[in-house]
Design a protein around this ligand. Structure first.
Ligand SMILES: *Cc1c(COP(=O)(O)O)cnc(C)c1O
Length: 397
């Protein structure tokens, strides 16, 4: 029995230590961590640059509040703006908080330029934007809304990837379109070619802000500092969190000057947001991840993993590989996926089962090529063992 609220379906494993891409549990068993705190431990576990930064800052100053200037915030904001198309950063503590801030920024910008009628936010089915009321309302998954009504007003939802549906829902009332460049939580879904560029055009046409929720895809995850940089569509606002602090809670919203100006002093804030400890962690992470050679290596390791998964998928009818960089999904169907997942767990390789039919992989960005191959061997072994047990006609030789 535990006194912790039962808000999670947890596995029995209890990791208490980590080294690089490996977690060590209470019993001393080692696991290859191919989910990395859900795309959060970007530098793996115990990375010396991050550990030193946090230790040193903890000794100096942990927190001081936003009543004062926080030089480390200015430094991290500069690192982020220099490496992207944005001019200003707001710091918070989580993904859902970064989504809240982006929604508030978009609505206030629309209010100041066009008036209160322009307040609608368009989001997409299968999305995930967090658990607070704004983020939850934006999350177009009815199952997650159950029992929590009424939701926040002024949100509309279109099918992910359906540009025509989006077109019919964007108009003069639209303040913003909020979209994940790759949907993480609902199974690593990539939009069809041209969808994000089409949303960019729609937003330009109706003077709505295009917000990319890059809480999962950001900070090097797709082999670019932010995924938009690999897609070639520049949004107006980007939300960031998960990998940004390498495990220390940090969230951020990136915007251009003309939009950021909508959040005037006193209109938004956070007690913990951007505190020195969090900023020291983000500075250490960005110091490593923003290096072009590091990002190139993420793309290379991502390609090795994706090619291996594709070879595997070619042997399973209906199987699919999706994603970019080191955010990949292997869809194996509702029968095979849970079995392979359980086998991986027995073999001590940690992945995540999403939607009951897809294995999601998000290893540390620092994972070695050897560890990638080791994981691939485990996935292959799992699929082969289960296919042998299955009827012969299910196997495409
Ligand atoms: C995880 C996630 C969130 C929520 O982040 P929290 O830190 O759990 O609040 C929001 N958006 C996306 C795209 C995510 O993947």
């Amino acid at each position: 029995m535990t006194s912790v609220m039962e808000t999670y379906k947890r596995l029995g494993i209890a990791p208490v230590e980590g080294r690089g891409s490996w977690l060590i549990d209470e019993r001393g068993d080692r696991y290859l961590d191919f989910i990395a705190g859900i795309a959060t431990n970007s530098l793996g576990h115990g990375h010396p640059a991050l550990v030193e930064a946090v230790k040193e800052q903890a000794e100096k100053l942990i927190h001081c509040s936003n009543l004062y200037r926080v030089p480390l915030q200015e430094e991290v904001a500069r690192m982020l703006t220099e490496a992207t198309d944005f001019d200003r950063v707001f710091f918070c503590n989580s993904g859902t908080e970064s989504v809240e801030a982006a929604i508030k920024l978009a609505r206030r910008h629309a209010y100041r330029t066009a008036g209160p009628e322009k307040h609608e936010i368009l989001t997409f089915t299968g999305s995930f934007h967090g658990r607070t009321y704004g983020g939850l309302t934006a999350t177009a998954q009815p199952a997650l809304h159950e029992g929590f009504a009424p939701m926040v007003g002024g949100f509309v939802h279109a099918p992910y990837g359906d540009l025509e549906a989006a077109r019919s829902m964007v108009g003069p009332r639209t303040a913003a379109v909020l979209v994940e460049p790759i949907q993480g939580e609902s199974g690593v879904n990539e939009p069809p070619e041209g969808f994000l560029a089409g949303l960019r055009e729609l937003c330009d046409e109706h003077e709505a802000l295009l917000i990319f929720d890059e809480v999962q895809t950001g900070v090097g995850r797709t082999g670019h500092l932010y995924a938009y940089q690999g897609v070639g569509v520049v949004p107006d606002v980007v939300t960031s969190a998960k990998g940004l602090g390498g495990g220390v809670p940090v969230g951020a919203v990136l915007a251009r000057e003309e939009h950021a100006a909508a959040l005037t002093p006193g209109s938004h804030g956070s007690t913990f947001g951007g505190n020195p400890l969090a900023m020291a962690a983000a500075r250490a992470v960005l110091g490593v991840v923003r290096e072009p050679s590091f990002l190139e290596e993420v793309r290379t390791k991502g390609a090795i993993l994706k090619n291996g998964l594709r070879e595997l998928a070619a042997r399973v009818p209906g199987a699919q590989v999706r994603g970019r960089g080191l955010l990949l999904g292997l869809e194996l169907g509702p029968e095979l996926a849970p079995e392979v997942f359980r086998r991986c767990l027995r073999e001590k390789v940690l992945v995540n089962l999403v939607g009951g039919k897809t294995l999601r992989m998000a290893p540390p960005l620092t994972v070695s090529r050897t560890e990638v191959r080791y994981a691939l061997c485990t996935f292959r072994g799992g699929v082969e063992a289960l296919m042998e047990a299955a009827p012969a006609e299910a196997v495409v030789a």
